[in-house]
Design a protein around this ligand. Structure first.
Ligand code: ASP
Length: 584
C-alpha cells in the first residue's frame, strides 16, 4: 500500500497511529542529530522526523534524498515539540521507521515554492513542475470547484449539457478561424469553432430549450495581452425567453458562485446600465464600478474663454481625483505623459487643482479665472483638496481615454480592492458598428443578435442608431459574459445579412443550414456565453488567465512545453495534399 493518508490530513487526534504516506520531498533539514523532511502532495505538507540516535541507519539513508524525489514512508504520528500553527498538519510529525525511494528527481529548474525563483517562460516550459506549486494548484482546484458549481446550478434549473463538434465550418464571431485540413476531402478544411453559436441555436430549433456546455473555443487573433488562442466558455442558450428571463437566471448563477466560492452574498439586483450611459459616465463598456469617479461633460462650461483647444473641441470631459490637489509638477507632468502613451493616445491633459484654501491653480490659468474654475468644480462635484483632470477632442475617443485615466486614478487612489466585487449588466448595445474607412456595417455582437423590437423599423433608415437586445455581465472592469436575444425569423435574419454586406449567395453558403432550419419552426430564443477562464482568474485574484489554465500557451500563442505549433513531416503533407510555400 502506498498510503494510508494524504500529506494534508494528519492532526493531533491521529497521534500514535501507524501511517504510510507517499509524496514528493519538499525540503530537507539535516541538523546533525536529527533530520527533518517535508513531504508534499496536493493535499498538503507533513513533516517527517528521523532521529539519528534511535535509528542511525535510516537517518543516514536520508542523505540519498533530494528535492522532488518521490518517497513512501512508514512511521508513527507523534506530537511536535515546536508546533507550526500556520500549517494544518503543524501539530504533528511522522517519526519515520522505514522509507523507500519510489522515484528519483533531478534538481528542478526552479524551486517548487509559492515564491519561486523561476520566471514565467521557464515555468511554462516545465509546466508539469509549475503545476506542483501550491499557488498554481489553488487556481486549478478553484477552476474545478467553479465548474462543479456551474453544473450543479444549471442542472437544478433543468439545463442539459450537450456537446457540439469541433471540426466544423466558420462561425460568426468575427475573429480569424483556426483551420484543419481534411485528408479525405482533398483541398477542403474544417474550421475550429470560435464558439458553438450556431449549434446552440440549432439545438433550440430541435427543442432542447435549456442548453449549456463548458467548451473550448478557438480564435486565431493577434495576441493581445492575456488572450489565449483556445479558451473555455460557459456557453448557454434558452428558448421561449425574453431578455429579462436570461438576465434573471444568469444573475442567479453569478450570485450562486459569489456565495459558494467567495462567501459573498448579493441580495440586491445587479445594477443595469445602458451601453450609452456606460460610455458617457465611465468611458468604457465594461466599467469598474467598485469606485465612484465619474466622467463629467464639460463641453459647454469650458467654452468662450479664449482657450482654442476647448473652444473648438467636439467634446471636453473631466474626472475628479479626490484629495490629489497636492500633486507636484513632476506628478502632473508624468500624468500628461501617461495619457499621451499610444495605448491612450490623448493629445494632452489639462488639470486644475482645487486647493485646500478654496483657491484654484490650473494649467490654463491664462484663460480661466478663479470663478470660471469654480464652475468646473461645481459641475464635477469637486471639493477643496481635489484634482480635476480634463481632456478634449473627438467625443468617443476622449470618453475612452478618460475611462482609462479613471482606472489609473482608481489604482493610484487604491480604490480597486481585490476582495471587493462589483457586478453589473450592460444592456442595449448598438447593433452595428460602422467601419470608418469602408462605411461597411459590422455586427457589434454577431449577425444573429436581434435588434430591440421598437428599433426594427429603422433597420434600413438609421442602422447606426439601432440598439440590440444584447447584454454583457461585467465584474470589476472585466467582461465576464455576453449574449443576446436572437433573431428567429428568416426574413429579418436575411435582412441582417444584407446590411452586413453578405450577398444572398454568401449568406446561404455560410449559414444556409441555419436559415433552412428556421423554416421548420424556430422558437424565440436567446443566450449568453461566459469567459470561464476570466471568471476563474477573477475569483482567484489572478491578473492572467494563464494562472488558471493547466497547460496554457505563452503570449505568442506557443506551447513551449510540447513545442507547438511545429512542422509536420513530408508524408503528412502529402497525405493532406498540402505544400508549404515559404514567404519571401
Ligand atoms: N457566441 C457568443 C460569443 O461567443 C455569445 C452568445 O451570444 O451567446 O461571444
Amino acid at each position: 500500500m502506498y498510503r494510508t493518508h494524504t500529506c494534508g490530513e494528519l492532526k493531533q487526534s491521529d497521534i500514535n497511529k501507524e501511517v504510510t504516506l507517499s509524496g514528493w520531498v519538499q525540503k530537507i533539514r539535516n541538523l546533525g542529530a536529527m533530520t527533518f523532511i517535508d513531504i508534499r502532495d496536493r493535499y498538503g505538507i507533513t513533516q517527517l522526523f528521523f532521529d539519528k540516535e534511535t535509528n542511525p541507519k535510516l537517518t543516514k539513508r536520508t542523505e540519498e534524498l533530494g528535492r522532488e524525489f518521490v518517497i513512501r514512508v512508514e512511521g508513527k504520528v507523534t506530537e511536535r515539540s515546536s508546533k507550526n500553527t500556520d500549517m494544518p498538519t503543524g501539530d504533528i510529525e511522522i517519526t519515520v521507521t522505514e522509507f523507500k525511494i519510489l522515484s528519483k528527481s533531478e534538481i528542478p529548474p526552479f524551486t517548487i515554492e509559492d515564491n519561486t525563483d523561476g520566471g514565467e517562460e521557464i515555468r511554462l516550459k516545465y509546466r508539469y513542475l509549475d503545476l506542483r506549486r501550491n499557488t498554481v494548484q489553488k487556481g486549478i482546484i478553484l477552476r474545478h470547484r467553479m465548474a462543479q458549481e456551474v453544473r450543479k446550478y444549471l442542472n437544478e434549473q433543468d439545463f442539459l449539457e450537450i456537446e457540439t463538434p469541433f471540426l466544423i465550418k466558420s462561425t460568426p464571431e468575427g475573429a480569424r478561424d483556426f483551420v484543419v485540413p481534411s485528408r479525405m476531402s482533398e483541398g477542403k478544411f474544417y474550421a475550429l469553432p470560435q464558439s458553438p453559436q450556431v449549434f446552440k441555436q440549432l439545438l433550440m430549433i430541435s427543442g432542447y430549450d435549456k442548453y449549456f456546455q463548458l467548451i473550448k473555443c478557438f480564435r486565431d487573433e493577434d495576441f493581445r495581452a492575456d488572450r489565449q488562442p483556445e479558451f473555455t466558455q460557459l456557453d448557454c442558450e434558452m428558448s421561449f425567453v425574453e431578455r429579462e428571463d436570461i438576465l434573471t437566471l444568469f444573475e442567479g448563477l453569478a450570485k450562486h458562485l459569489f456565495s459558494v466560492i467567495k462567501g459573498k452574498s448579493f441580495t440586491e439586483q445587479f445594477p443595469r446600465i445602458t451601453y450609452d450611459d456606460a460610455l458617457n459616465i465611465y468611458g468604457s463598456d465594461r466599467p469598474d464600478i467598485r469606485f465612484e469617479i465619474k466622467i463629467t461633460d464639460l463641453s459647454e462650461i469650458v467654452k468662450g474663454n479664449g482657450f482654442n483647444v476647448f473652444d473648438n473641441a467636439e467634446f471636453t470631459g473631466g474626472i475628479c481625483a479626490e484629495g490629489l490637489s497636492g500633486y507636484s509638477r513632476k506628478q502632473t507632468d508624468e500624468l500628461i505623459k501617461w495619457v499621451q502613451r499610444p495605448q491612450i493616445g490623448a493629445k494632452g491633459l489639462v488639470f486644475a487643482k482645487y486647493n485646500e484654501d478654496g483657491t484654484f491653480k490650473s494649467s490654463v490659468d491664462k484663460f480661466y479665472s478663479q470663478e470660471a474654475l469654480k464652475k468646473w468644480a461645481d459641475a464635477m462635484n469637486a471639493k477643496p483638496g481635489d484634482l480635476m483632470l480634463l481632456m478634449s477632442g473627438n467625443k468617443k475617443q476622449i470618453l475612452i481615454a478618460l475611462g482609462e485615466l479613471r482606472l489609473e486614478m482608481g489604482n493610484r487612489l487604491d480604490l480597486r480592492n481585490d476582495n471587493e466585487f462589483a457586478p453589473l449588466w450592460i444592456v442595449d448595445f448598438p447593433l452595428f458598428e460602422k467601419d470608418e474607412e469602408t462605411g461597411q456595417m459590422h455586427a457589434v455582437h454577431h449577425p444573429f443578435t436581434s435588434p430591440k423590437k421598437d428599433h426594427i423599423n429603422s433597420l434600413d433608415s438609421d442602422p447606426e442608431n439601432i440598439k440590440a437586445e444584447a447584454y454583457d455581465l461585467v465584474i470589476n472592469g472585466n467582461e465576464i459574459g455576453g449574449g443576446s436575444i436572437r433573431i428567429h425569423e428568416t426574413e429579418l435574419q436575411k435582412k441582417m445579412f444584407r446590411i452586413l454586406g453578405f450577398t444572398d449567395e454568401e449568406a446561404k453558403a455560410q449559414f444556409g443550414f441555419l436559415m433552412d432550419a428556421f423554416k421548420y419552426g424556430a422558437p424565440p430564443h436567446g443566450g449568453i456565453a461566459f469567459g470561464f477562464d476570466r471568471w476563474v482568474a477573477l475569483f482567484n485574484g489572478s491578473d492572467s488567465i494563464r494562472d488558471v489554465i493547466a497547460f496554457p500557451k505563452n503570449n505568442a500563442g506557443r506551447d513551449i512545453m510540447i513545442d507547438a505549433p511545429a512542422s509536420v513531416d513530408d508524408q503528412q503533407l502529402k497525405d493532406l495534399n498540402l505544400k508549404i510555400i515559404k514567404k519571401g
